[in-house]
Design a protein around this ligand. Sequence first.
Ligand code: NAD
Length: 481
Amino acid sequence: MQQIRNYIDGELVPPASGSFLENIEPATGRPYSLCPASDQWDVDQAVTAAAAAFPQLSGLTAARRSTCLLKLADHIEKDQEAFARAESIDTGKPISLARSLDIPRAVSNLRFFATAILHTSNEVHVTDGQALNYTLRRPRGVAGTISPWNLPLYLLTWKIAPALATGNTVVAKPSEITPMTAFLLAEACRKSGLPAGVLNIVHGTGPAAGAPLVAHPDVPTLSFTGGTVTGRAIAATAAPMFKRLALEMGGKNPNVIFADADLDAVFPATVRSSFANQGQVCLCGSRILVHRSIMDAFLDRFVKATREVIIGDPLDDATQHGALVSQAQRDKVISYLDLAREEGATFLCGGKRPENLPKRCRDGYFLSPAILTGLPAGSRVNQEEIFGPVVTVMPFDDEAEAVALANGVAYGLSASVWTRDVKRAHRVAAAIEAGTVWVNCWLVRDLRVPFGGMKQSGVGREGGMEALRFYTEPKNICLST
Ligand code: NAD
């Protein structure tokens, strides 16, 4: 079975303990590779390598760093089919999604930040003829990045690209559930000639490998994407150490559909925003709020469109809905479906093991997309993040009620609003407590915009200038004139 390696100081190495975790293919339920079960020792080695490489990387011109990252992007792009296949096998997502979203976005992340650093300017403040102040921005040292399993390479590169572009060195801890494309990335780093120690990748579980990275005294900057419970534990360690911390966490995003919405546009966007990547996108709209006057028409079309989603082997080009990432994730989603029954939900479709799966996928972690109605806004199913192919639909009678329902959860990551009324669109978008509000669209992403969550969905912002600021330390230089 293939053994994944850590990437430390430019070398592909096994974990010091020699221990590995089984890496399961979600579509089959069978192990297909081994992931290093790294621990404190491996993390220490990686941080030492990153700290040693920092003077070199931070001393390079922006143009040289840019060239390194562009070369890395080219190598991923050249091997994009291999990356897409690996991502699909590792996560259970349809290969068409890995080809169209995950891998191209990883390439774009690297290219975006590689070129962004060539177009920045520093601030200057002139003090009434007395002094000239300018803001020097320097990289902060070793950055620790911790990423989840739903968009493995996409989110890993989203963090390492701005960190490296601004001259920080990195120790990355990908999810132990989906380590494969991070391993391929390490190989691409070697092929592209990225200097040793600049990027280090340590695989392993959160408690064994993630926690020592968070607590390491030589890692002053931490960027985490994952669940809110994990984010809280990371903050508890990092805050008393005064680390700079970005937390991108869970969501329970509303998708608000007014009576004047263009229903032809609402579909198939709402099918995608509900069930893309088997509902395992932090930005999925899991609470659909529909004006009561169009509820019946909406549900008819929504259920029909959802039933047409092609469920199958993730490696089949035609598949639109693959397997959930793990047995544990599938069990968690099923426990919420059981809870929904207890809470009085009506199941309009889905929530079952799909029939007619190919033989290879008989033991995979598949679940058909579920649409539930009849649950109160305060029910647990409407309040807690499920992170699977389950949406609820609730009616509202007016704009104020729609906004109150949209905001009536602990999360605030994203929202969608569907209406033809421009004034209402602006009003509702401004009133919804979320880091991103899409109007008449979903998941349109411009890498220049601030990205992150409010409330229990996040602290800080990634994206564009926000990311460049996060990974640099501003210093005011005041020059007497
Ligand atoms: P998770 O929190 O279980 O794990 C995320 C990462 O943290 C993994 O690499 C894991 O090994 C590591 N980790 C776990 N415990 C740790 C600890 N004590 N110390 C340090 N690291 C630790 O999340 P997940 O199940 O992998 O991902 C799903 C979650 O991610 C969902 O809640 C989803 O909403 C969220 N997510 C958020 C965004 C966003 O941009 N806001 C994007 C994608 C996913």
